[in-house]
Design a protein around this ligand. Sequence first.
Ligand SMILES: [Zn+2]
Length: 144
Amino acid sequence: MLKIRRPEFDQLRQHGEETYPHECCGILLGQMDGDQRIVTSVARCGNTRSDSPHNRYSIDPKEQIRIQREGRERGEDIIGFYHSHPDHPPRWSPTDLAEAHLPGYSYLITSVEKGKAVITNSFELTGSDDGNDKTFVDEKIEVI
Ligand SMILES: [Zn+2]
C-alpha cells in the first residue's frame, strides 16, 4: 500500500494538468515501512523526452541523483515515480514496463483528460529487471 498526504497527492496530479498535453514526470520520496510506502514529499522532474512527450517520459539521471541526495539530507529515500497519461487511461503501457527498472518501487500514473487530472493509480514493479519476469501489480493508494 502507498500512503500519501493530500497536499502531495494534489501536487503530482496538478503537475499533470500543467504539462498537459505532454506527460509530466517526477519522483516520490519517503519511507518504506514493511509493505507500506509512505510518501513525505514529491519532486517534479523535467520530461527529457522531446521526440514524443505526449506519450513518453524520461527522467534525467543527473536530476534523479540530485533529488536523491537532497532527499537523503532530509531523511527521505526515493520510493517511487509518477507520470501522467494525457487523454489515456491510468493503466501502465508496455513502454512503461520496459522503462521501469526498480522492482519494489511504486509507479503512479494519473490520467489527465482534456487538461483535468482524473484518476491516479499506483503499480508496484515486481520480479527482476534483468529477468523476464518483471511486471506491475496493482497497489492501493491511501490518501491520508
Ligand atoms: Zn505511461
